[in-house]
Design a protein around this ligand. Structure first.
Ligand SMILES: [Cu+2]
Length: 347
């Protein structure tokens, strides 16, 4: 349903480039450059779901807020879906659906043109519905601080022309709880399985590389960011490493409005070690060998940038999408759709 709504909304947007005439004023006089790029346009930032997409020039600050939502439903094993009966044949409990919400507060500052430092503080809320083999349904919830991320965006070379390239050097701190509990039919205040925890419990290195390019009406970019977990956490396990590769294109409809289309490929591993308090026979989310997967998402976005007036420099953006391919070491809940909405202001 939501997938259809997204397509119905965005397909007309994609048609606009062929119908709209050039009626815009490019605010070039006000534009400062991000590397070789014009910063004063809506698509000088990547779609809002991409983190660490742009560096700043010396002395610039930025504040941001993002709200992210992810909806997961139906179990999947490999690329085929599994009914709850299939899951309950092998486990005492089947997850039915899950939602994840994140409020993310971010700050950026560039002491020099070559280095931008960035911090992100997430607040998470997770909610999962289950059914037992006996037919009872129950619900678990967690919320709290997630893993704080610190990054340096390094731009050692200025590319000639409208191109920009930077390295992402990120570190994720184990500030999110890995001791979340809630009531289940089997036990009051039970330890919750891996995907309901709020953090990795380990220090994680997040290296990456980001490229962006611009032309008159269009822009494009690509980014890869990896997550490598270090050691084991206090509960004796390490989440799987993650690999991501994304590429996008954006079209500037108006001086203040752009639309984007993005593809993101994700791959993540199984858990090493295990938390002894979790019984992997009880529910698939408690099994460290049923966490890995890979996915390709298609995402549609809108960026708005205020070129003048009292709100000058504010940005508002929305991006939403869904998987077009998904393969899971399951049974594992399948991603139905996700979205990010955000606000950014720099000075
Ligand atoms: Cu910024």
């Amino acid at each position: 349903m939501i997938r259809k709504t997204l397509l119905l909304f965005f397909i007309p947007c994609l048609m606009v480039p062929f119908t709209v005439t050039a009626d815009e004023v490019v605010a070039t006089s006000e534009a400062h450059s991000h590397g070789g790029l014009v910063a004063g346009r809506p698509d000088s930032h990547a779609p809002i779901g991409v983190m660490g997409d742009h560096a700043h020039n010396a002395g610039e600050f930025m504040l941001s807020y993002r709200y992210m939502f992810m909806d997961m439903r139906e179990n999947r094993s490999g690329t085929s879906s599994q009914g709850r009966g299939d899951v309950l044949n092998a486990f005492m409990v089947a997850p039915l659906d899950m939602t994840m919400e994140m409020h993310m507060f971010g700050g950026m500052y560039a002491p020099t043109d070559e280095i931008t430092i960035m911090g992100m503080i997430p607040y998470l809320r997770k909610s999962m519905n289950h059914q037992t083999r006996m037919g009872a349904k129950f619900h678990t919830d967690t919320d709290g601080l997630g893993d704080i991320k610190l990054s340096a965006l390094l731009r050692p070379l200025k590319l000639s022309g409208p191109h920009s390239l930077h390295f992402n050097a990120g570190l994720s701190l184990p500030t999110g709880s890995i001791d979340e509990r809630d009531d289940t039919p089997a036990m009051r205040n039970a330890r919750l399985p891996y995907p309901m925890q709020l953090g990795s419990g380990t220090f994680d290195l997040m290296p990456g590389l980001t490229y962006q390019g611009q032309a008159e009406k269009v822009s494009w970019g690509a980014q890869t960011i990896e997550t490598f977990r270090i050691g084991r956490n206090n509960n004796g396990y390490r989440l799987g490493d993650q690999y991501s590769l994304t590429a996008w294109g954006a079209y500037r409809f108006l001086s203040w409005l752009s639309g984007s289309l993005r593809v993101e490929a994700l791959k993540w591993g199984n858990i090493r070690g295990a938390f002894r308090s979790l019984n992997p026979m009880m529910v698939p989310t408690a099994d460290p060998d049923r966490r890995a997967g890979e996915r390709i998402d298609l995402l549609f976005g809108v960026n708005i940038w205020v070129p003048d007036g009292t709100l000058k420099g504010n940005r508002i953006a929305l991006e939403a999408g869904f998987p077009v391919y998904e393969k899971l070491d399951g049974p594992q809940l399948s991603t139905s759709w996700r979205m990010t909405v955000g606000w950014q202001f720099s000075w």
